[in-house]
Design a protein around this ligand. Sequence first.
Ligand code: NDP
Length: 251
Amino acid sequence: MTQASEKRVAVVTGASRGIGRAIALRLARDGRHVVLVSRSAGPLSDLAQQIEAQHGPGSASFKAVDVGDPKEFGEAIEQVIAERGRLDILINNAGITKDGLVLRMSDEDWNAVLSTNLTSAFVGIRAAARAMMKGRFGRIVNISSTSGVVGNAGQANYAAAKAGLAGLSKTIARELGSKGITCNVIAPGFIETDMTANLPPQVKEGVLNLMAVKRLGTGDDIAAAVSYVTSDDAGFLTGQVICVDGGMTMC
Ligand code: NDP
């Protein structure tokens, strides 16, 4: 039987870049052992080495996994629990877009976005829940989007998946709350990452005009919210959809 590590263990999906990378660095700073997950081993290995080289309170390891493959992702979570003896924090952050107006949206693009952005969260939570119940502690954060809260033309698949995370999270919050497990959604607004890099300048300008704080967000803005929601102090916060969007939606 594996000796349980003393540090809280966090799995962060989509950790190879962007928001997930910022979350992983922040959770390591918070003293977590962070298991980095995405499909590409190279950037994960580099990030794990960077975290380890900081000799900070946290540490890191990685698993190259396609979260859109339920068997592969479920088994990866089980491996983490077997290897580290615990799993305390699960951040379902991996996500893709395949935008298009609904009349032209293919079944493939619908299904790809639903499986990567929504089904993966269900699979991860199901695989992690037993270990969290055993430890009588769990912090689950599902990274949604303001598109899932207010809708966005051209993103029927993405908005549906992201809105689905809210229903999933509220249900998990109710099912597992008595076991010390919280489940919340963080819905970022417009964050500067690869996902938004190719949007035309006029679209970025339009978004900027909608924001109270008049700047685009960074991965660190989202990571700061995740840090609090996953802290021991946040045990009374559950079933919430928290929009971290510079005051764009105020919902
Ligand atoms: P990026 O495109 O920069 O990064 C996406 C991450 O997800 C990468 O690490 C990628 O790694 C990983 N990923 C994608 N598909 C899979 C898969 N099938 N299996 C495992 N990992 C996968 O996106 P962001 O950092 O911008 O976005 C992160 C999350 O935040 C997403 O859920 C996104 O929807 C959400 N979000 C982003 C906003 C923004 O403005 N940027 C706004 C609102 C929400 P790899 O390719 O190596 O597998």
